[in-house]
Ligand binder design. Structure first.
Ligand code: TIU
Length: 221
């Protein structure tokens, strides 16, 4: 067992039973002209975490531990996109509409791809998900169970939307989860800060948080 200094107390990480889940590091959220920008967000903030996410991927790859990448995406006919999701708000472009990187949030379009710097390599698990949470309407739980995974390390975007939703889904399914503080980002700094606080509050009501350097030091020894 590896002890990782974390909030609200050290995270116990079982080697070989721990998976990294990198949430939605897609052009659609991080680059101009994608879904995140269409929602009115300043996407520039999100790119800053890419080197840390890449270092986290290197750590898990060096160890040979399970790596999962998720993409928020919808089928080209949008049959997996509830009208409530597509029609929410008054954006200039909606899910499925043409954008600068292809149709917004549609599977297989250039904008739906994961950024090259943190892209999956052969052997890693890729999950396309229609919701904010990665367990909803995906095979993720079965895949983790087949591998005997009990602990999850989280990174990706955005902290309070898809990352937190997935951590809460994981919590209810019995996983212990650690969020890497500098490998996640939000369009709203105050929402990121509040999310980190609320995850670790109440004795770790959702899970644990720690900076990447603490995790790396503990894992590499
Ligand atoms: N809008 C926003 O903050 N996030 C999303 O819509 N999806 C994810 O977080 N991936």
């Amino acid at each position: 067992m590896i002890q990782v200094p974390a909030k609200p107390y050290p995270f116990t990480l079982p080697p070989g039973r721990t998976a990294l889940i990198v949430i939605d590091m897609q052009r659609d959220f991080v680059e101009p002209g994608g879904f995140g920008a269409a929602l009115g967000n300043d996407v520039a903030r999100l790119g800053a975490i890419v080197p840390t996410v890449a270092a986290l991927l290197r750590l898990f790859r060096d160890k040979g531990w399970t790596v999962v990448h998720t993409r928020e995406s919808h089928l080209p006919d949008l049959s997996d996109c509830p009208p409530a999701k597509r029609l929410r708000g008054d954006p200039p472009q909606r899910i499925g509409d043409p954008g600068a990187m292809g149709r917004l949030l549609v599977r297989g379009e250039p904008g739906n791809a994961i950024l090259d710097a943190v892209a999956p390599v052969p052997g890693e698990i890729e999950i396309d998900k229609p919701g904010k949470g990665a367990f909803y309407a995906t095979p993720l739980q079965d895949i983790l169970a087949e591998r005997g995974i009990t602990h999850l390390v989280f990174a990706g975007v955005t902290t309070e939307v898809c990352v937190q939703t997935t951590m809460r889904e994981a919590n209810d399914r019995g996983y212990d989860s650690l969020l890497v503080e500098d490998a996640t980002e939000s369009y709203f700094p105050q929402f990121k800060a509040a999310t980190l606080d609320m995850i670790a509050a109440q004795g770790g009501i959702v899970g644990w948080t720690t900076p990447f350097a603490e995790l790396e030091r503990a894992v590499r020894g």
